[in-house]
Design a protein around this ligand. Structure first.
Ligand SMILES: *Cc1c(COP(=O)(O)O)cnc(C)c1O
Length: 418
């Protein structure tokens, strides 16, 4: 690895300088974007390996190019480990990221124009769950269910009524900004009543399912689970589709040749490594700490007067209504936190009256901070810094002092691989 770095430094100082800058940035601040994480050094090793040179269109044993002895090995290992970790019958590890992963499921199992019942975007659904601006939103007929913003519950009576009326071919649950676990039994019951396929997009919390600290949709009879590999799972950027055997052939065909060409074998090697680690006891402990850190952070923020959407969290994330809590919009909240080296992202809240680029809240999560070894006592400190900063968004002296405290705090939590 080091020799690669030396080469880069000599041959391209611009990119090398940016790399070093990003390394310093990741080390110096606290990463609270709930979809981000730090991957393992072993994964960084495979990402920068000769596996990136190889074309492997097709699947193990059925490729369109020669020279597949070692690529077949890593893909077979990755698939088997995925099936074990998620307790399911089939796995496809080729999707290049989360969005093509979901597209492949829709394209493989549905016809254009078919109806999908999914969570409303402002209540926590993802762009790929049929936002009008997304390609999938144009191709399929998405209808929406919402959550109760007071307690975060999903109104299953209303969801059932909608399902009976629209007869969706698929009921999709899973989210990108919803701080609760899901009642898969209730989704499955309604889906069975209308004959819909059940799909969970566990992109955010796939690692917490793998670590057995959140519910596994397959335990409740779900047909399809998708997850990114780079969020709570801590792997390289990619997507994994997990499903019952009866859907395997259609899913595989939709990924390749339906949607993609050559898979990224350097990523797939990293996914295999990630899944081995996900089966270990340490990863279960990691998952428990992610949840505990989120609970502690949520409790501390709430004690100091913050309004959290749904009143708290059962998972790795929370959404703070910054308008209600501090009288500032999410864009400004993100900016002032950035100025003290705390990274979050602005977030629309359910039925947000504000526009998406200046929404009413921010979204924060604990997977990345937990990877660096931060624990509950650290969350108490972190909450203190956040509250002071958000209550005094114009106090530049305070910001300067807080930033320096945070950067010195961060120096005792190394970033894996640095
Ligand atoms: C992150 C995410 C995706 C998309 O993943 P990308 O890798 O960014 O394409 C899809 N669904 C959900 C719920 C997500 O959180």
């Amino acid at each position: 690895m080091n020799s690669y770095r030396d080469l880069l430094q000599k041959s391209d100082s611009d990119i090398f300088a940016a790399l070093e800058g990003e390394e310093r940035r990741q080390q110096a601040g606290i990463e609270l974007i709930p979809s981000e994480n730090y991957t393992y050094p072993e994964v960084l090793c495979t990402l920068g390996s000769v596996f990136t040179n190889k074309y492997s269109e097709g699947y193990p044993g059925r490729r369109y190019y020669g020279g597949q002895k070692f690529t077949d090995t890593i893909e077979e290992i990755a698939r088997e480990r995925a099936k074990d970790v998620f307790r399911c019958e089939h796995a496809n590890v080729q999707p290049l990221s989360g969005s093509p992963m979901n597209q492949a499921v829709y394209l493989g199992l549905l016809e254009p124009g078919d109806t999908i019942l999914a969570m409303d975007l402002s209540h926590g659904g993802h762009l790929t769950h049929g936002a009008p601006v997304s390609f999938m939103g144009k191709l399929f007929n998405f209808i929406r269910y919402k959550t109760n913003p007071v307690d975060g519950s999903i109104d299953f009576d209303d969801l059932r009524k909608t399902a009976l009326e629209h007869k969706p071919k698929m009921i999709l649950c899973g989210y990108t900004s919803y701080p609760r676990d899901l009642d898969y039994t209730a989704f499955k019951k309604i889906a069975d009543e209308v004959g819909a396929i059940t799909m969970t997009d566990a992109s955010h919390y796939g690692g917490l399912v793998a670590g057995n600290v959140m519910r596994n949709p397959f335990d409740y009879g779900f047909d399809i689970v998708t997850t990114t590999s780079h969020k709570s799972l801590r792997g390289p950027r990619g997507g994994i589709i997990l499903c019952k055997k009866e859907y395997a052939a259609r899913i595989d065909k939709a990924v390749f040749p339906g949607l993609q060409g050559g898979p990224h074998m350097n990523t797939i090697a990293g996914i295999a490594i990630t899944l081995k680690k996900a089966a270990e006891q340490d990863f279960h402990k990691y998952g428990l700490q992610v949840l505990s850190n989120a609970k502690t952070l949520a409790t501390e923020l709430t004690k100091a007067g913050a309004h959290l959407v749904t009143g708290g969290t059962d998972n790795h994330m929370m959404v703070v209504d910054t308008e209600k809590s501090y009288g500032i919009d999410g864009k400004l909240a993100e900016e002032v936190l950035d100025s003290v080296s705390i990274t979050t992202n602005k977030q629309i809240i359910p039925d947000d009256p504000n526009p998406p680029l200046k929404p009413s809240g921010i979204r924060i999560g604990t997977p990345a901070a937990t990877t660096r070894g931060m624990q509950d006592a650290d969350m108490v400190k972190l909450a203190g810094w956040m509250i002071e900063t958000l209550k005094n968004p114009e106090d530049l002296n305070l910001a300067k002092q807080t930033k320096s405290e945070i950067e010195s705090f961060c120096s005792s939590f190394p970033v894996p691989g640095l």
